[in-house]
Design a protein around this ligand. Structure first.
Ligand SMILES: *Cc1c(COP(=O)(O)O)cnc(C)c1O
Length: 393
């Protein structure tokens, strides 16, 4: 099949729920992706933050192969060596979060966190932030703010409300003794790359404690080294009651998890479950991924390269840039105009980036991106961002 045939088939038979690029990707290596003709692209999207370890990491490939030829599937009613290894490893990452529920995606981990919060507290209400993104299934969608994701799907789940992000006063008012949980991203990703302030996260912890609500941190995008720490919450000296993660947890293999603290109660057999949750294949991949993250100090790499990149981006002289912000290798470049034409221009120059809303270019490269690749990214960005593009759409 050639590129056009592949594109045609996907357009014909895909559900139609994705805006597809006319670019067929067949292979990856480190921070590079290759199209069907062997043309190399610099991947600054990591599949929305999945490929933190880079593409086709040999140790992930080996772990998957070994486990696939040993045991792929096993319901969680039966203990398993790889699952136990993962449970021990993942619960050692955050002090005070000693239990874990394993699932298969980000949105599922958010659903689990909401169910746990309600069953634990006996309360119904969930407070989320404006601009928040927590996923697309009904509970997670109800916590997601942007109309774009919600419209046409009502009625959503009752009990959800949204308050301004980074606004302590608004949170004080919204959280009551009927609130089961507050859910926040440490850095709002889809919403435009907005980091939470230290005071805000610390206040959220205090407010939840005062009202008996649980604090859920959604680290699905910020987790596993992305921001320069294993989890971004480490910057804040705060321990949430529930921490949701997924994306790069298993080195690219689908997997989600909720880390659980001691304030979460009533988790008894039958309360929640998942057919694929905790399957040995994903667990083996996740054990390998977490091991690589430690061995290669990917968080340290993200911190160093992120600092280097953000400094270089801030030095770009362009009247079109409003602000550059971020943490580690999670960076947003807010433009004064729509970014779609910039994304297109970058792709023509073989660099794949993401947007976050209409006016923010989002960079989420694999944490193994080389300094040479970072320099190349900055050079091309400088060229593209300096050009006038507001009429190109
Ligand atoms: C991607 C993402 C989700 C949803 O994850 P899926 O695996 O796509 O369901 C939820 N929350 C945040 C912060 C995310 O970035």
């Amino acid at each position: 099949m050639n590129a056009n045939e592949i594109i045609e088939i996907e357009n014909k038979h895909g559900a139609g729920t994705y805006a597809k690029q006319p670019l067929v990707i067949v292979r990856g290596q480190g921070a590079s992706l290759f199209d069907i003709d062997g043309v190399e692209y610099l991947d600054c999207s990591s599949g929305h933050g999945v490929a933190n370890l880079g593409h086709a990491h040999p140790k992930i490939a080996e772990a998957i192969y070994k486990q696939a030829s040993t045991l792929i599937t096993l319901f969680e009613t039966f203990p398993n060596d790889k699952r136990a290894e993962l449970m021990e490893k993942i619960t050692s990452l955050v002090d005070g979060l000693d239990k874990v529920f394993l699932c298969n995606s980000g949105t599922e981990s958010v659903e689990a966190a909401f169910k746990f919060a309600r069953i634990s507290t006996g309360r119904k209400n969930i407070v989320a932030a404006m601009r928040a993104f927590h996923g697309r299934t009904y509970g997670a969608l109800s916590a997601t703010f942007n109309k774009k994701y919600r419209e046409g799907f009502e009625p959503l789940v009752p009990g959800f409300s949204h308050v301004a992000f980074n606004n302590i006063e608004a949170l004080e008012k919204a959280v009551t003794d009927e609130t089961a949980a507050v859910i926040l991203e440490v850095v709002q990703g889809e919403g435009g790359v907005y980091p939470a302030s230290l005071e805000y996260i610390q206040a959220a912890r205090r407010i939840c404690d005062e009202r008996g609500a649980l604090l859920v941190m959604d680290e699905i995008q910020t987790g596993f080294g992305r921001t320069g720490k294993m989890f971004a919450i480490e910057y804040f000296g705060v321990t949430p009651d529930l921490l949701t993660c997924a994306k790069s947890l298993a080195g690219g293999v689908p997997m989600g998890a909720v880390l659980i603290g001691k304030n979460v109660k009533n988790l008894t057999p039958g309360v929640h479950g998942s057919t694929f949750g905790g399957n040995p294949l994903s667990c083996a991949a996740a054990v390998a991924a977490l091991t690589i993250m430690e061995e290669e100090d990917l968080a340290g790499q993200a911190e160093a390269k992120g600092g280097y990149l953000i400094e270089k981006l801030r030095a770009i002289q362009s009247p079109n840039i409003r602000e550059v912000r971020g943490m580690g290798l999670m960076i947003g470049i807010e433009m004064k105009q729509k970014v779609a034409p910039y994304l297109k221009a970058l792709q023509e120059k073989k660099i794949i980036v993401l947007n976050a809303g209409m006016t923010v270019i989002r960079l989420l490269p694999p944490l193994v991106i080389t300094y040479q690749q970072v320099d190349h990214l900055v050079d091309v960005l400088a060229e593209v961002l300096a050009s006038e593009m507001q009429n190109a759409e």
